[in-house]
Design a protein around this ligand. Structure first.
Ligand SMILES: [Zn+2]
Length: 223
């Protein structure tokens, strides 16, 4: 216990004195009945982009898997150990999740490392190999003429959400449920600086910002 970070112990004390009393009944019920979240969030490991904080979710509400750059691999039943695929299988087949949200974000370090090809990226490194699944064989990712680095990064951060949504449909158990109308796939993008959220309009293939007005939220067109 001596080396356990003190601020975490302090945080736990705050949790037991403030939040736990209001949620104790909910925790007990979840313990007895098990979890039955309706939403799975596939987000980034980034410490600034916590789905439970952004969506103000309580215990038992979100089934979350986080990885570098919120990527979903292509369905590959090859005998390997696939963490995201295992979480997905559990969420869809055991928990009967109704919505999957791929949550990308601004200033994503994984995306930046990928497009900058900065250290420690090399073919043998974990991040390099992980990020390479974002790209289809032969596909080129490059900065466009007159595109700033920030705009380039934003474009690729959003492209990663599209690719993850595309890859989700390669899982037969996901595709079947989506086609039956029992599972819905969504994309969202979090702007770290403003705490802004944009939600993907999949028909228009555009992200639309969620503008929060007094006591309510509404969708607006544009980024
Ligand atoms: Zn990230």
């Amino acid at each position: 216990m001596l080396s356990f970070p003190k601020h975490l112990l302090d945080g736990y004390l705050a949790f037991t004195s403030q939040r736990l009393p209001t949620e104790q009944a909910r925790y007990r019920e979840l313990s007895e009945r098990g979890q039955s979240p309706e939403v799975m969030v596939i987000g980034c490991c980034d410490s600034r982009v916590s789905p439970e904080v952004i969506f103000d979710a309580g215990p038992g509400e979100l089934f979350v898997v986080r990885n570098v750059a919120n990527l979903v691999p292509v369905y590959a039943p090859d005998g390997g150990a696939h963490g995201v695929s295992a979480a997905l299988e559990y969420a869809v087949r055991a928990l009967h999740i109704k919505h999957i949200v791929v949550l990308g974000h601004a200033q994503c370090g994984g995306i930046r490392a990928f497009i900058d090809k900065i250290e420690p990226l090399s073919p043998g490194d974990f991040i390099g190999r992980w990020m390479s699944m974002f790209i289809k064989p032969g596909e080129q990712v490059g900065q466009r003429d007159h595109e700033t680095m920030i705009d380039f990064a934003t474009r690729i951060e959003k492209a990663a959400i599209f690719r993850s949504l595309e890859n989700l449909m390669t899982f037969p158990f996901v595709r079947t449920q989506v086609e039956r109308g029992e599972l819905h796939l969504h994309g969202a993008y979090f702007g770290v600086a403003e705490g802004s959220l944009s939600v993907l309009d999949r028909t228009a293939k555009e992200f639309r910002s969620v503008r929060v007005e007094v006591g309510q939220s509404r969708m607006a067109s544009g980024e």
